[in-house]
Design a protein around this ligand. Structure first.
Ligand code: XLS
Ligand code: NI
Ligand code: NI
Length: 440
C-alpha cells in the first residue's frame, strides 16, 4: 500500500464482513472467494473501476465547474501529475479489492502538442501503470481511445467528413491497442463517441457507416499483425452527445457487425444507462446479445427514471442486478469481459471517501444479484414456469415445425381438419413476479 503518502489515509483494505457488518466501509455481500455455481464470486463478477470517472471526474456540469475535493491533484506539470495519479489510483484499486480497471488513452496521460508528444506522454504513464500492475496483480480489463473530446473530432472520428480526423483517430487507436497489449489488457472497447449525426441533411449516412466499418477492420487487422489477443467490444449508446449514434443498441450494433463481416471479432459491451436511453431495459440488451452469441462485457451504472440523459449513477437496485446476473449466468458468464463501473459519484458527493461508498455499494448490489440469480437457477422454478408456457411446442406438431418439416400448406391442412386452434393458457406474469420476489 502507499504508506506515508496515502491519498486515502484512514481507510484500509475493504473486507467482507457479512450482512451484519457494522462498518459502512465493508462488504456485506461481496465475498471475493465465496463459491457460487462452482466459481469464486470474483471470477463471475470481474469488477473493474473506470479510470475516467473515478480519477478524472471533476463533478463539472453544464451549470458549473468541478466540485471534487482531490487533495492529491496538486502538481502543476500535467505529465508529472498523471504519473502521481497512477499511485493514487492503485492505492484505491488495492484498498477496494477489485481485480481490474479500464481507461481511455487521454484519461491516463495528457495530450501533447503533437501526436508524437502524446504518444510519448502515454508511454511514460504506461510505465507507471505497468509497475503497479506487477506489484499488485491488478489487471487491465480493457483499454480504449478518447475519440470525442478534441475539436478534431467535432464531427466524429471514424465517421468524420474530414479524412484527416479519420487518419488521426486511426493513429490514436493503433497506439491505444499497443499499450493495451503491453499492459496485458483482456479487451479493447469501441464506443462511438461522436460517431453519429445531429442532422441528416448534411450527413451521408451510408458513407459514414462504411468508414466506421473500415476503421474497425483496420483495428482487427492490426491486432492480428501484432498478436494482440484481447477481445474487441462495441458499446451501444443511442444518443448523447449526438442526436443519433450509429451504435444505437445491441440489435443495431450486431446488424452492423454482421453487415460488414466483423461478427467474428467483436462482441458487445453493454451499459445499463445506454440501454434505458434506447428505450430498453438492460435485461433486454443482455438477452438480445446473449441469444445472438455477442455477450461480451458490462458497463455497470444506472440512470434516473426522471432524468433523460446518461446520469451514470452507481447501481443500487438489487432487482435490476438480479435480472442482469440471471441473464449473464444463463449465457455462460462474461469472461474475458467483466463488470466495469462506468459510473460517477454525484457532484454533491465530493469527498474522496464517497468513491469508496459508491463502489462498495455497486459491488454489493451485484454480489447480491449473483447470489439471488444462482438460487433461482438452482431451484429451477422460473425455468419450469417458462417451459410450461411453451409446453405445446414440445408436442408432436411443435417438434415438427421446429425441426423444419412443416410448411404453410401442411399447417393449413392441419388447421382445416381441426377447425380452430387449441385454447391459449394464461401468461401468469403476476405469478412469475411473485415467485421472483420470494428469492429477494
Ligand atoms: C460514454 C461511454 C464511455 C465508454 C468508453 O457514455 O459509456 O464511457 O464506456 O469510451
Ligand atoms: Ni460505457
Ligand atoms: Ni455512458
Amino acid at each position: 500500500m502507499a504508506g506515508a503518502h496515502e491519498a486515502f489515509a484512514g481507510i484500509g483494505r475493504i473486507k467482507y464482513e457479512g450482512p451484519a457488518a457494522k462498518s459502512m466501509l465493508a462488504f456485506r455481500h461481496y465475498d471475493a472467494d465465496a463459491v457460487v455455481e462452482g466459481k469464486p464470486m470474483k471470477d463471475h463478477l470481474r469488477f473493474a473501476v473506470s479510470y475516467w470517472h473515478a480519477f478524472r471526474g471533476t463533478g463539472a456540469d453544464p451549470f458549473g465547474p468541478g466540485t471534487m475535493l482531490r487533495p492529491w491533484e496538486n502538481e502543476a506539470d500535467p505529465l508529472k501529475m498523471a504519473v502521481k495519479r497512477v499511485d493514487v489510483a492503485f492505492e484505491f484499486l488495492e484498498k477496494l479489492g477489485v481485480g481490474f480497471y479500464c481507461f481511455h488513452d487521454r484519461d491516463v496521460a495528457p495530450e501533447g502538442a503533437t501526436l508524437a508528444e502524446s504518444n510519448k506522454n502515454l508511454d511514460v504513464v504506461v510505465d507507471a501503470l505497468e509497475k503497479h500492475q506487477q506489484r499488485t496483480g491488478i489487471k487491465l480489463l480493457w483499454g480504449t481511445a478518447n475519440l470525442f473530446s478534441s475539436p478534431r473530432y467535432v464531427h466524429g472520428a471514424a465517421t468524420s467528413p474530414n479524412v484527416e480526423s479519420f487518419a488521426y483517430a486511426a493513429a490514436q487507436v493503433k497506439k491505444a491497442i499497443e499499450v493495451t497489449q503491453r499492459l496485458g489488457g483482456a479487451g479493447y472497447t469501441f464506443w462511438g463517441g461522436r460517431e453519429g449525426y445531429q442532422c441528416l441533411w448534411n450527413t451521408d449516412m451510408k458513407r459514414e457507416t462504411d468508414h466506421l466499418a473500415k476503421f474497425m477492420h483496420m483495428a482487427v487487422d492490426y491486432a492480428k499483425e501484432i498478436g494482440f489477443k484481447g477481445q474487441f467490444y462495441f458499446e451501444p449508446k443511442p444518443r448523447e452527445p449526438m442526436k443519433h449514434q450509429y451504435d444505437f443498441d445491441a440489435a443495431t450494433c450486431i446488424n452492423f457487425l454482421r453487415t460488414y463481416g466483423l461478427e467474428k471479432h467483436v462482441k458487445m459491451n453493454l451499459e445499463t444507462n445506454h440501454a434505458t436511453l434506447a428505450g430498453h431495459e438492460i435485461q433486454h440488451e443482455l438477452e438480445y446479445a446473449g441469444m445472438q452469441g455477442f455477450l461480451g462485457s458490462v458497463d455497470a451504472n444506472t440512470g434516473d427514471t426522471l432524468v433523460g440523459w446518461d446520469t451514470d449513477q452507481f447501481p443500487t437496485n438489487v432487482y435490476m442486478t438480479t435480472q442482469m446476473m440471471y441473464s449473464i449466468l444463463k449465457y455462460g458468464g462474461l469472461a474475458p469481459g467483466g463488470i466495469n463501473f462506468d459510473a460517477k459519484v454525484r457532484r454533491e458527493s465530493f469527498e474522496p471517501v464517497d468513491l469508496f461508498h459508491a463502489h462498495i455499494g455497486g459491488m454489493d448490489t451485484f454480489a447480491r444479484g449473483l447470489k439471488i440469480a444462482a438460487a433461482m437457477r438452482a431451484d429451477g422454478a422460473i425455468q419450469k414456469l417458462v417451459e410450461e408456457r411453451y409446453a405445446s411446442w414440445s408436442g408432436p406438431l411443435g417438434k415438427r415445425i421446429e425441426a423444419g418439416t412443416e410448411s404453410f400448406k401442411s399447417l393449413e391442412a392441419e388447421m382445416l381438419k381441426k377447425g380452430e386452434s387449441a385454447a391459449c393458457t394464461s401468461g401468469r406474469q403476476e405469478l412469475f413476479e411473485n415467485v421472483i420476489n420470494t428469492y429477494l
